[in-house]
Write a protein that binds this ligand. Structure first.
Ligand code: 13P
Length: 349
């Protein structure tokens, strides 16, 4: 199966009332882990690469690996997504490479650190939407600013610093024509999101619900959605790691989000923890080992386990074979003739 438009994948998720995990990748083993999990759970897949990942792996290596995943798993729809594009040029280069979806994170300026104005965000996002839609490529925008920093991208600080204003979310969606909208509801990238199990004072699910009521046909995106499970923290620490006690986003809160318009759920940190814990365990218990396969294989398996669990919890499991891919050129025609607007192909449940 060729790479699929993320828009199609999210429209189908809206039809089925489920969410789709978007898992970050940097290397072959992570891509394999996701595909193993998707195969096992019969799930559609969103694979995403940050600017840091594209730099680390070199664009072409990473993209060819995704193409291999698509070729080896023709029964699974896969969307390839640029995570946190910082500029028009970054998004354009991903599209030229063959990504079927891009995020233009205009909530920050091109330095990836300084919050931008609403008008700057609208302007750059609209420019990306025009370019991408002409080519059938999906666009995710962001309004409000996430906390923390990931791969050098982020404003830092608390997730509560720039919570999305529902009025602005409506205006932003209307003026940009984005296919999916990331909102800030108190989450941050990375392991250190909350100092205790989050309640409504720090995780603003009420804001998400208010935005969904105003924008019932816009696919919402939850960034910073790792749950940072205690058992994964414990494995890292048991084998020589030094993580401070921390809390992530409870899966039941993500499921509440999915019942209220969330279609894409970004997860990176949980997989990083699973991989690191598995590698540490092998090296701690058998320090004489030096063949990377001895620790990369359990690391891949540990990530696969987390991804498969999330695929079941987000509801995408079992939906990988529901639909045939629409050619990206047909998607482009849909944008051009107005049949594909910010209204999903099918109404959200
Ligand atoms: P986590 O750090 O919570 O995994 O979030 C990842 C993310 O939002 C990538 O854009």
């Amino acid at each position: 199966m060729p790479l699929v438009s993320m828009r199609q994948l999210l429209d189908e998720a809206a039809k089925g009332g489920y969410g789709v995990g978007a898992f970050n990748v940097n290397d072959m083993e992570q891509i394999q882990a996701i595909m193993m999990a998707a195969k096992e759970t019969k799930s559609p897949v969103i694979v995403q690469a940050s600017r840091g990942a594209r730099q680390f792996a070199e664009d072409l290596y990473l993209f060819r690996l995704i193409q291999a995943a698509a070729e080896l798993n023709p029964e699974i729809p896969i969307a390839m997504h640029q995570d946190h594009g910082n500029s028009f040029e970054t998004c354009k280069s991903a599209i030229e490479l063959g990504y079927t979806s891009v995020m233009m994170d205009g909530s920050l300026q091109a330095d990836g650190k300084t919050p931008s104005s609403f008008e700057e965000n609208v302007e750059v996002t609209r420019k990306v939407v025009d370019y991408a839609h002409e080519r059938g490529v999906t666009v995710e925008g962001e309004i409000g600013v996430l906390g923390g920093v990931e791969d050098g991208h982020g404003a830092g600080g608390s997730g509560l610093d720039h919570i999305t204003d529902p009025d602005q979310a409506v205006e932003f969606a209307e003026r940009t024509g984005v296919d999916a909208l990331a909102i800030a509801i108190g989450t941050s990238h990375g392991a250190y999101k909350f100092t205790k199990k989050p309640d409504g004072s720090v995780l603003k699910m009420d804001v998400l619900i208010a935005i969904h009521k105003r924008l019932p046909n816009t696919h919402l995106v939850m960034h910073g959605s790792s749950s940072v499970p205690k058992d994964l923290q414990d494995i890292v620490n048991k084998y020589g790691g030094n993580l401070k006690e921390t809390w992530g986003v409870p899966v039941e809160e993500i499921q509440l989000g999915i019942r209220n318009g969330v279609r894409k759920v970004n997860v990176d940190t949980d997989n990083r923890l699973a991989i690191t814990g598995a590698i540490r365990k092998v090296l701690w218990e058998t320090p004489e080992k030096f063949d990377p396969r001895d620790y990369m294989k359990p690391a891949r398996e540990a990530m696969k386990k987390v991804v498969a669990q999330r695929m079941v919890e987000f509801g995408q499991a079992g939906h990988g074979g529901d639909y045939a891919p629409i050619d990206i050129k047909e998607i482009a025609k849909g944008y051009a003739n107005g049949t594909l607007t910010t209204q999903p192909l099918v109404a959200a449940k």
